[in-house]
Design a protein around this ligand. Sequence first.
Ligand code: ADP
Length: 598
Amino acid sequence: MKIERLNYRFLLLLSTVLACTILAFFVGFIREETIVYTHFFYIPILLAGVWYRRKAVYIALLLSSVYILVTLFSPQAALSVHIFERSAIFVAVAYVIGFVSEERAKGEEKLKETKEKIKEERDKLNLILESMDDGVCIISKDYKVEFMNKVLIDVFGYHVGDICYKAFHNRDEPCPGCKNTEVVKGKTVRWEWHSRRTNRTYDLFETPLKNIDGSISKLTIFRDISEQKRIEDNLRDAEERYRVIFEHALTALCVIEHGKFVSLANKEFETLSGYSREEIKGKKWIDFIADEDMDRVQNYCEERRKGEAPACCEFKFVSRNGEIKHVNAWIEPIPGADSCIASLLDMTELKRKEEELRETCKRLAELDKMKSDFLNVAYHELRSPLAPIVGYASMLERCELPDKGKRYLYNIEQSARQLEKLINRMLELARIDGKKIELSLEWVRIPEVVSEVVKSLEPEAKEKRQKISMSVPDIEVQADKQKLIAILSNLVSNAIKYTPEEGKIDINVEDRGEDICACVADTGIGIPEEHLPKIFERFYMVDTSLTRKSGSLGLGLSIVKEYVKLHGGIVWARSEVGKGSEFFFTIPKRRKAIKKGA
Ligand code: ADP
């Protein structure tokens, strides 16, 4: 195509040159005309100048030679006066046209090159934009979408060629907040935009972009900052939460910078120190510490910052009016900062109360001792006259007495025995309370203990025609025999007491390896469920006609509990009203640290 155009130009130029040569010979030599015909020479010169630029000078020289030859050899040689000037004009015109057209061609070449370069750069830019993680779009000044990268297309769909406000916002005119006009005027803007369609927030960076044709478009980079925003919001919420917690904490809180200055304090700290928050800010931490504690607390803080000291330290705090307060301080280094948070708890009142309590306890212990001593004496004193009463009563029994007198004597004897029982039990409990009871441990054969208890209580059971059965393995335990007898006696005696006539009492002992578990079961009146947890308490009685009739004291089971506890065992009960009760207790077979035969 190019070659064809070349040939065509060349042929056309050649034809015009030939035409001019012929014209020169014909008009100038044969017809002997004036030089007017030479004006036609400008046609090939012009063509050569436009097409072959400076080479047009050769054409001008060729035509000038033709013109000179024709003029010199023409019959009117006199016409040859201006031939050289004219020839010079030809050459000059050819040179100027050639020069101008060469400059123009150069300019065109440069423009082409520039365009190609711009295109290349634009392609490169598109490639970069395509591979970006952020969304990118280019919008022309008349709101036409020129480019969208893949990220943006994936989110908003393909809209290249569409009007942006229509495509993205379904509007008929540009959005009110649109920055297009500002940006195409050369301004770079950055703003935050929340898309309701995607419910995401974008950080938009919009900058002018020069096109090949010199026009300006808007390049927008969409950075999705929803996650960042969410984190920021969470952080803000957390900060607010911590601020509220800090502010409303019930302990005095303050932040100590570099172990020296207080930078932040809460309301409680204000109350504790008596200073306002403005006064506290920047105040030296040591100003709040009493002189005698200064070095110790400073050392503590230093070690705490290194994580080498326990979390809590006690010291005397100096408030604004010089009042000394006892505080417990928890100092915690703040990670990533040369500061720590101190939480101070005012212990002054607590200390005072503690002191009071200690005094009261001391006083109470003294009173308790006095009470125990008194009760001990009282019980012994009460017991002393009882012995002669019981003695004389039994002596009187042997005397001749009228029936009425015998009845009175019987009543005296019964009451005296009951009083003796009550005093004995109270004395026993007083001794337990006074920790004056010591177990005299020995290896005790359980069948022996059970038989002894049953034998002593059998008359009572027989009186009520009750049957006592036993299932006792032949085992030995390390225990205080008398106490063990007392435990079982109490339980069996209760079983007899609270079981109607012809009822059954069953004593069962189980060898459990490490310990024994004994159970005294009866078919008696039972205990209502609500009373069960309390029956082992002192003086606790379930109010029944049987309890009242039997002259119960509510002390037997509490003694059982204490004795079992002394042996290292536990006691509990199970019962069903109207059906009967089961009392269990365990005793370890071997007391620790005491060896058999010891
Ligand atoms: P008391 O010496 O008066 O019997 P206890 O401490 O031995 O006192 O018993 C406390 C209460 O537990 C009794 O008043 C009685 O109501 C109830 N209780 C004890 N053992 C039995 C039992 N086997 N059956 C029914 N109730 C019982």
